[in-house]
Write a protein that binds this ligand. Sequence first.
Ligand SMILES: Cc1ncc(COP(=O)(O)OP(=O)(O)O)c(N)n1
Ligand SMILES: Cc1nc(C(=O)O)sc1CCOP(=O)(O)O
Ligand SMILES: [Mg+2]
Length: 219
Amino acid sequence: MKVSTEEMRSLLKTYFIMGSQNCDEDPREVLKDAIHGGITLFQFREKGDQALVGEEKIRLAKELLEICKHYQVPFIVNDDIDLALKINADGVHIGQDDEPAEQVRKKIGDKILGISAHNQEEVEAAINQGADYIGTGPVFPTETKKDTEAVQGTILVQELRKQGISIPIVGIGGITPENAASVVKGGADGVSVITAISKAKSPKEQARLLKAAVDSVMQ
Ligand SMILES: Cc1ncc(COP(=O)(O)OP(=O)(O)O)c(N)n1
Ligand SMILES: Cc1nc(C(=O)O)sc1CCOP(=O)(O)O
Ligand SMILES: [Mg+2]
């Protein structure tokens, strides 16, 4: 799946990231509900103490991929390149401590490649290594991931845009419907969230509110 830069920007608007460890309810139902609320991209991030491994992880990935395919929401796999290739996902997301980006690009061909970056140097390297988009954060404090870089607010993205860096960028970390507009006003193309949707009483309504907040700045 080769996406254009403008398609990529559009896919980043409301990017939901989830693994079974992030859900109190059945992850399949949470994902369906979030899709009905209007999410534009999904990342399977099965990671941490409570995460599934081995065949159970593969089974869940395949089930969530089928749901995404049914609703035509592209499916990104976090970290696990072999899994992404095995199930023919639409792309992968890697960070600074994951498999080297040039190597990943060679393995995945035209699939979507997202790379985490936390400063201008990392962003420029990611662009040279073939990133389709940059994920940067934490924009706000988050309880979901413990080993993050320092909270950066919206300053980094504002600076990158001032420098003329135009690659699609999505913010991550502590984003909610209440603060999502500020992330896009700062220059991001969209917001990526875990708990704002995965732990919501109504994932559908939270996804709808997040999308509305992003769209309110875009229009
Ligand atoms: C969209 C998006 N942005 C950033 C990340 C974080 O990736 P990484 O730094 O590799 O950390 P883990 O998610 O692997 O713990 C992401 N997953 N998605
Ligand atoms: C997976 C992840 N990466 C981050 C980074 O800063 O790179 S913050 C984060 C967790 C985001 O979860 P929530 O939306 O629940 O705050
Ligand atoms: Mg990673």
